[in-house]
Design a protein around this ligand. Structure first.
Ligand code: PEP
Length: 244
């Protein structure tokens, strides 16, 4: 049985004060048999780790540089994240890929570094609308998944399938569309790692998830939770999703 995971990707939203009041409210709910991860901005990470100590909420960063230290102005290193108690890192989000031009080679270095530093990694993949319409979804996802080849340890890995055309657009993939790609990703995991890894690694769906559409997605065999953007900014709506 794979435990369902729900991750809140706040992106560039919420001040420290807003983050604190969200987490205080979230802590009041019990999420039986579920894993909850919140990904605030870098500036709120240390407070968030403290606020969620001894709770079931885990705190993750939305990005990370691959190097431990060095001349990388404006970046945050794995050692800095570890130092404040962050346990999870999101890598390869489509906004990083498209707006900040992160390519598969850079993303591969980040994943390898994060895993070697002991972080749990939520690794994002997904095609654009153009790529889907040209029938290239599998090709794109396979190329992105190649960034995982050679990783020594798949234990700390989760995959988030996030079709770019569904992110922040209000257009969710249908449960069938999502399941089709999730089961393809599971097959790729078996090829890259092992059959057992394919059975254990959680694959989250992301892209306009709401309290209204989550149940249909979770009903699918290969959908193990959700990476939630817009709907995670409101504690009531994120709580409903995570309890679905
Ligand atoms: C995301 O950015 O990870 C995401 C899934 O966003 P949204 O839920 O707003 O589509």
């Amino acid at each position: 049985m794979r435990t369902k995971v729900f991750a809140a990707n706040w992106k560039m939203n919420k001040t420290r004060k807003e983050a604190k009041s969200f987490l205080e409210a979230l802590k009041k709910s019990k999420f039986e048999g579920r894993e909850i991860i919140v990904l605030p901005s870098f500036l709120s990470l240390a407070d968030a780790v403290k606020a969620c100590k001894d709770t079931q909420i885990r705190i993750g960063a939305q990005n990370m540089h691959f190097a431990d230290a060095g001349a990388f102005t404006g970046e945050v290193s794995p050692l800095m994240l570890k130092d404040i108690g962050v346990t999870h890192v999101l890598i390869g989000h489509s906004e990083r890929r498209h707006l900040f031009k992160e390519d598969n080679a850079l993303i591969q270095k980040k994943v390898a570094s994060a895993i070697s530093h002991g972080f749990h990694v939520i690794f994002c993949v997904g095609e654009t609308l153009d790529e889907r319409e040209q029938g290239k979804t599998r090709i794109v996802v396979r190329e992105q998944m190649e960034a995982l080849r050679g990783l020594k340890d798949a234990e700390q890995l989760m995959i988030a399938y996030e079709p770019v055309w569904a992110i922040g657009t209000g257009k969710t993939a249908t449960p069938e569309q999502a399941e089709e790609v999730h089961s393809y990703i599971r097959m790729l995991i078996a090829q890259l790692f092992s059959k057992s890894a394919a059975e254990h690694i959680r694959i989250l769906y992301g892209g306009s998830v709401t309290p209204e559409n989550i149940a249909g997605l979770l009903a699918k065999e290969s959908i193990d939770g959700a990476l939630v953007g817009g709907a995670s900014l409101d504690v009531k709506s994120f709580t409903k999703i995570a309890k679905a």
